[in-house]
Design a protein. Structure first.
Lengths: 508, 503
């Protein structure tokens, strides 16, 4: 190993042993072994939230970077593959669409595929948009195979995992402690600060132990003991745009022997309900607005609607959508719920934690000192990510014709952020998407939700009627056939998981 | 129910240079039933996008889209290939470095999913490559364009094309004529406003006589730095870049003997910068002068017989699209030909216009979105140019200049942290800009991760690169030999008419 610029390691103290805490500790210990020592404090007296059963494709890169074997990871967390989310009843009751980890069709003559689809749709010749997406078609057929590593049709999708979040933390704990993270079991009762700088210097545990550090990562969940309670970093509340602030979660048995390679999100009168298939059970939950529904009623609604037999009573989780004005203040950063939270609608929770960890590693203090410019850069990047995801989530609620409850009347008619209002208008007037290449959710995602939720534009590109209509519809039919044929050649998701299990057994 | 927008009936393109011609060609291809009229205004020597005899790799894709083949450029317009820019003396006396084109990507960044969900190659920061195949090939004067139908050791090499500008323009004019682009020679006598912040028609004069007027739904201003159409609109504003870009005078030498070289060079002299452009039809030398340099000193530094001196007014339109007038090339942003960004920017702006081509009625928000992206493109070009003038030794030649905030931020992160913040609509790929910073002598900060990297990994990457380099050298013929083959006429004769910007 090469020695660091300064041989003195920075002492990183991670507070909290949930998903965010162990991901942070493992990430730093694995990627910056010569720059940092990592201590993690967790208490058995404090439970972990453990939501975030569904993930985004970006998690794969993170896990790979840490050198974790995918098969071992999937086995430990009872993971299944995920190709997208099936949104039901969002735009209108009875309608559904899949937001895939993938795209729709291909641009022709430099014009986006959706313009041609809109034109064909006007002529009554278009199939459902999802039929032009390999990922959607695979979801519909309950099939899965890993994507190709080239630029063919078979490379147009990606995948993530659906896993048991309560097992992910322990898996990362085992991994973290195996690569040098020091774990402390105990309850923090006091926080010591430098009287001059205001920096946190040590955490005192109930049994009298004192854990000193140079950099503290607050992964204590919504409690946010360091960033929120101690440093009093202001919270920017987004409840007015994202009114859901509770989730009732209830694990159930699998009802069928098949396992879907996608998550289902079904809109409910005061929020929405998830169904996340894991290897060994079905995760069910109801995300709702406490201003529109009380907890008992939500649990009752969940029991009625849940897929499979309950394995436990519903558990209520409370959250507040928003983020800290500064995710990094003094020598304390918030990662996970302590820094911010956007409700689980697009499974962004683990992504947002992993994004913050990645930026922390890039901006990691050098020579034992925190440079305010790096702190500013970290905060700028984290804010940009949160704000872009926020607008995309609000779209799911706002793009609706539902008027069957106070909740949907509120989100349908509320004033959205200006940044989103302009995007909506640009789509409505010209079927165009505001382009950016940083952050999360690009054109294909916006198009999936706009069209999926029935928000058709008034007009599309003038050039789509130039080619011979027969040729366009012929080419689009061929694409559907090609997609159908490739999906037919894929194994079933369940079969693929079983074949993986066999491979694991051989390896062992 | 969404309806296709009504198509533009007529587009008028103002300008006579290669930017106007390629714009006409591309628009004619994308909307074949729209009348395209080029109003051939007199040229401007300070229109460097029009003067440029080269661009960057993006242009190769644009050529493919509009049906200009590489064979035609090489055979009919003295085309040649450039794999890299070589920089001398920018960091310190005697220091040099190369900026090869393209980026080395892991397989996972090449998939269509990565392109559509991960931002594509522009986002792939990746690790600093262990070496540059382009540099190995340029040093050995070996190269061939990979055939494309089979994998070769040269597939990762990206390149820019050079050409003889008048011949290249003629080639495009002949294609434009075949496609039915109309051409009117004259000057602007008057502009008739359309009452919506744009233009209804242009009155055309020849030798003081009004010849008639051109009405159009959309006007594209390719008239050079004067931006003859855009600047006439009440809301047009130009932003001055001269604070950041101190070379205000350019001295051009008379073309020297042509050569086949895989690189161009930019050297820093006590008098300013000197670019040697290795055209197959002639070596062109340009000197960008520091403020205090006398004409006599400049002539000496140029080293060849002078041809002309051009005074620059660097800057960009605040909004490149106002009303129904879209400015491209120097009409949108005007600056020195350092790093060959001029025509590249014009082509990327044209690409943006093709992507966002409006219907007969322009939607204000699509105009705003075009302007947002075009402004980012221009800003990134400005910052890339300004980077040159604050290279360690360049500060002594050009004097201490203020830096744009955006560039300060990037340089701070690079020199302290060894990272490049993501730059939306960047002029160069991340790996290219990293290489440029290295070639200009900026010291790179050490990334936290590399401080913990196993030296064995770096060693393995170097070994793998050496293998790749050997394979590339074995595969690539001497560049002269490849070019001799390219000059052989192909059968059947290339009409230059194919293109995939059609349906």
């Amino acid at each position: 190993m090469m020695s660091g610029v300064n041989s003195k390691k920075m002492r990183v103290v991670v507070l909290g042993g949930g998903t965010a805490g162990w991901m942070t500790a493992a990430g730093i210990a694995k990627l910056l072994p010569d720059l940092a020592s990592v201590d993690l404090i967790e208490s058995q007296d404090i439970g972990i939230v453990g939501v975030g059963e569904a993930t985004l494709p970006h998690i794969r890169g993170f896990v790979e970077r840490l050198g974790i074997d995918e098969a071992a990871f999937m086995k430990a967390t009872h993971a299944t593959y995920k190709l997208g989310i099936d949104f039901r009843d969002f735009g209108r009751i009875g309608e559904s669409y899949i937001h895939p980890f993938g795209s729709f069709g291909e641009e022709v003559g430099g014009i986006g595929f959706h313009h041609y689809w809109l034109e064909l749709q006007r002529q009554g010749l278009a199939a459902e948009l999802g039929e032009y997406s390999l990922a959607v078609a695979a979801c519909r057929a309950n099939r899965f195979t890993p994507p190709a590593q080239d630029s063919s049709l078979a490379s147009t999708y990606g995948y993530a995992y659906q896993f048991d979040a309560t097992l992910f933390g322990p898996f990362m704990r085992e991994f973290g402690t195996s690569i040098g993270v020091t774990r402390h079991e105990g309850l923090v009762v006091d926080v010591e600060r430098d009287p001059e700088s205001g920096d946190v210097t040590a955490l005192l545990l109930k049994d009298g132990r004192r854990i000193e550090g140079d950099l503290f990562v607050d992964c204590s969940g919504f409690r946010s003991l360091l960033l929120g309670q101690t440093l009093e970093e202001e919270w920017e509340d987004w409840t007015h745009w994202l009114p859901c602030d509770r989730a009732a979660a209830m694990p159930c048995t699998h009802k069928t022997s098949d396992i879907r390679p996608y998550t289902i999100a079904t809109a409910m009168p005061a929020g929405w309900r998830w169904q996340i298939p894991l290897q060994h059970r079905m995760g069910n939950g109801y995300v709702f607005s406490s201003a529109h529904l009380d907890e008992d009623a939500a649990c009752e609604a969940l029991r009625k609607a849940a897929e499979g037999d309950p394995l436990a009573d519903p558990r209520i989780l409370k959250f507040r959508p928003g983020r800290r004005k500064h995710s990094w203040s003094h020598n304390v950063l918030g990662v996970g719920l302590a820094g911010g939270f956007l409700e689980p609608l697009e499974s962004t929770s683990i992504y947002l934690a992993q994004m913050a960890i990645t930026y922390l590693i890039e901006m990691f203090p050098q020579d034992g000192k925190i440079d305010p410019r790096d702190r500013d850069e970290f905060n700028r990047l984290v804010d940009m990510e949160y704000d872009r995801v926020r607008d995309f989530l609000i779209l799911h609620y706002h793009a609706t014709t539902r008027d069957d409850s106070d909740f949907w009347n509120h989100v349908r008619t509320m004033q959205v952020p200006d940044t989103l209002a302009d995007k909506l208008e640009l789509w409505k007037r010209a079927a165009r998407i505001e382009k950016y290449s940083d952050g999360l959710f690009y054109d294909a995602s916006w198009i999936a939700v706009y069209i999926g939720q029935g928000m058709l534009p008034d007009a599309h590109d003038s050039r789509v009627s130039l080619p011979d209509p027969g040729r366009v519809s012929g080419a689009m039919d061929n694409l559907r056939k090609e997609i159908a044929s490739q999906v037919n050649a894929m194994p079933g998701h369940m079969d693929y998981l079983k074949s993986e299990a066999a491979r694991l057994a051989e390896a062992a | 129910m969404s309806q296709a927008r009504e198509r533009l009936r007529r587009i008028c393109i103002a300008g006579s240079g290669q930017v106007a011609v390629i714009t006409a060609l591309a628009l004619r291809r994308t909307v074949p039933d729209t009348e395209v009229v080029v109003l051939g205004l007199p040229g401007d020597p300070a229109a460097y996008a029009d003067r440029a005899a080269t661009a960057l790799p993006y242009t190769n894709k644009l050529h493919d889209r509009i049906g200009i083949t590489e064979e035609a450029i090489i055979q009919q317009a003295a085309g040649s290939h450039r794999l890299l820019m070589r920089y001398f003396g920018w960091g310190a006396e005697g220091q040099s470095g190369a900026m090869p084109y393209g980026a080395q990507l892991d397989a996972q960044w090449r998939t269509r999913f990565a392109k559509e969900w991960g931002g594509g190659p522009r986002n792939a920061a990746g690790r600093r490559p262990a070496g540059s195949l382009a540099e190995v090939l340029a040093d050995a004067a070996r190269f061939a364009v990979p055939p494309g139908d089979m994998p070769t050791p040269l597939d990762d090499i990206d390149y820019a094309l050079r050409w003889n500008m008048p011949a290249y323009r003629d080639l495009m004019v002949s294609i434009a004529q075949q496609l039915g682009v109309n051409h009117v020679v004259g000057d602007i006598a008057a502009l008739e406003p359309n009452g919506q912040g744009g233009i209804a028609s242009v009155a055309v004069e020849q030798q003081g006589q009004i010849q008639g007027k051109i009405e159009a739904d959309l006007f594209v201003d390719c008239s050079g730095p004067a931006a003859r159409l855009l600047s006439a609109l009440p809301e047009a504003k130009r932003m001055d870049w001269s604070t950041f870009l101190p070379a205000l005078r350019l001295l051009h030498g008379k073309p020297q003997q042509g050569m086949l070289a895989l690189e161009d060079r930019a050297s820093l002299l006590p008098e300013g910068w000197l670019v040697e452009f290795a055209g197959a039809d002639g070596l062109q030398i340009t000197l960008g002068l520091a403020e205090s340099i006398s004409e006599q000193d400049a002539l000496q530094a140029l080293g060849v017989e002078p041809a002309e001196m051009v005074t620059l007014a660097q800057g960009c339109a605040k909004d490149a699209w106002a009303g129904n007038v879209v400015a491209l090339g120097d009409a949108a942003a005007s600056f020195e030909p350092l790093g060959h960004l001029n025509l590249d920017l014009a082509h990327r702006q044209l690409g943006l216009l093709l992507e966002m081509l409006p219907g007969r009625v322009v939607e204000p928000l699509e105009r705003a979105e075009f302007n947002r992206r075009a402004a980012l493109m221009a800003q990134q070009v400005r910052d890339t140019l300004a980077t040159h003038y604050v290279a360690p030794r360049a500060r002594g030649v050009f004097g201490e200049k203020p830096l744009p905030e955006s560039l300060l931020h990037v340089l701070d992160q690079y020199t302290r942290r060894g990272r490049l913040p993501f730059r939306e609509e960047a002029a160069l790929l991340n790996q290219e800009y990293m290489a440029l910073l290295g070639a200009l002598g900026f010291p790179a900060g050490v990334t936290p991760q590399s401080q913990s990297q196993d030296p064995g990994e770096a060693e393995a990457a170097r070994t793998a690169f050496e293998v790749q380099a050997r394979q590339a050298l074995q595969f690539a013929p001497p560049y002269q030999q490849f070019m001799a083959q390219m000059m052989q006429p192909q059968q059947p004769a290339d009409s230059g008419i194919a293109g995939d910007l059609q349906y």
